[in-house]
Design a protein around this ligand. Structure first.
Ligand SMILES: Nc1nc2c(ncn2[C@@H]2O[C@H](COP(=O)(O)OP(=O)(O)O)[C@@H](O)[C@H]2O)c(=O)[nH]1
Ligand SMILES: [Mg+2]
Length: 393
């Protein structure tokens, strides 16, 4: 009797131990740390990719019809800054996104431009969607070179950084665009009552059917920012960005999120040269030509103060700070890393990089292919660091 009791006890203990071990193996370590990978030997996009975790909101009857006043759409818009001359490229992006996502969900499109849109541009765009479309101009004061930028100093910096092969350095409008995307787009009067946006550039491709409402997913899963491609930047273009960031952080330690992604921002193991030239910044960033985000983060006090600090420092002109590293550093420092989501299921291309999942929902891209450009471009993939420090969530 005594023996069978202890055997029974041992049996129960073994079962409990097994359950505990299984739970440890599948443990997600809390939101966002899901699936950390120490070393990316194989692209995770080669594994079958499904939809992200439930709850997912889907089309049901007319709940997403364009003219339904009680539609299930969230407070969100598709958003493009674009020039009149880019009409054909914009139509190409739009056709892909309408086919894969928006013909089902009918989110409004907002097109912005520093110049007035031509009638031809507006007419052609309207033909591509049943959803509401708006065209607005960027306020002059959001676009103009700010008065504290010294033109002689700018021209000197252009000479210096062109000699270091910093692309677009001499194009003032490119600097203006990067500054506007960093700190102004979400202040446009037409967006003031909108919370989520999906940034869409001309000449990009979307490859996979998206059958759930991505904005509802962001809101229901408490996400701030979604990306597809995560890469290194040209370190010469951001030499002063990290030192300025450090100055700002010395004054504002209170804004550093407890679960931040600073290790991703500071990694010096994989690309030590980038880290050295960029004075302590890995140069890793979310490639911001694709963004699905919550503008309340950009509008919050931490990012706003950070942007103003950078803007005053002048690096949007004296160097070529892009909105991608600026957004990424802001998110990596001030936001909980679990609120940043890799949309592995959204097939995407902006030349020369891809996010191409292995899924029956995708057509027209090769699963796991990171670039169709030159071989050396493969080293530009910074996902291995993101997966190592944050995870695949
Ligand atoms: N309206 C307007 N849009 C611009 C200007 N410069 C760039 N853009 C837009 O800003 C985005 C990024 O520019 P792009 O030329 O694609 O830069 P790249 O992707 O870094 O090579 C695209 O959506 C462009 O249409 C500009 O001067 N005016
Ligand atoms: Mg582009």
């Amino acid at each position: 009797m005594a023996i069978s009791k202890s055997i029974r006890f041992l049996g129960v203990a073994t079962v409990v131990l097994c359950i505990w071990l299984v739970l440890q193996v599948f443990r997600t370590d809390g939101g966002g740390k899901l699936g950390k990978i120490q070393k990316m030997d194989k692209d995770p996009l080669l594994d079958i990719t499904g939809e992200p975790e439930e709850p997912l909101q889907r089309v049901d009857g007319d709940n997403y019809a364009p003219d339904n006043p009680k539609s299930a759409r969230r407070n969100a818009t598709l958003l493009s800054l674009v020039r009149n001359s880019e009409l054909e490229d914009m139509l190409m992006s739009m056709r892909d996104l309408e086919r894969t996502f928006n013909s089902k969900f009918n989110y409004p499109w907002l097109f912005l431009n520093d110049k007035p849109f031509t009638q031809d541009f507006m007419d052609a765009i309207r033909k591509e969607t049943k959803a509401e479309v708006r065209f607005e101009q960027v306020p002059k004061e959001h676009w103009e070179v700010p008065p504290w930028i010294n033109n002689d100093l700018y021209l000197e910096s252009v000479q210096l950084l062109l000699s270091q092969n910093v692309q677009y350095m001499s194009k003032v409008s490119y600097h203006q665009m990067c500054r506007w995307n960093s700190g102004f787009f979400y202040k446009h009067p037409a967006l003031l009552n909108t919370r989520y946006y999906w940034r869409v550039e001309p000449h990009v491709h979307f490859f996979c059917d998206i059958d759930y409402d991505v904005f509802a997913w962001m809101e229901d899963h408490n996400k701030t920012y979604g990306f597809t491609v995560n890469i290194y930047d040209s370190p010469e273009s951001v030499q002063g960005l990290w030192p300025e960031t450090q100055k700002f952080m010395a004054e504002h330690k209170e804004w550093l999120a407890p679960n931040n992604a600073i290790k991703w921002l500071q990694d010096n193991e994989v690309r030590p040269d980038n880290h050295r030239v960029a004075n302590g910044y890995s140069t890793c960033h979310f490639w911001s030509n694709f963004e699905i985000g919550d503008m309340d983060f950009w509008r919050g006090p931490a990012y706003e103060a950070y942007f103003n600090h950078l803007d005053r420092a002048g690096g949007f002109f004296y160097e070529r700070w892009g909105d991608a590293p600026v957004h990424s550093i802001g998110l990596g420092l001030f936001e909980d890393a679990s609120k940043i989501h890799w949309f592995r299921d959204i097939g995407y291309q902006h030349i020369p990089f891809f996010n191409c999942p292995n899924s029956p929902k995708c057509k027209g891209c090769q699963p796991g292919r990171f670039t169709d450009g030159e071989q050396w471009l493969h080293r530009e993939d910074c996902r291995p660091n993101w997966f190592k420090y944050v995870g695949q969530g």
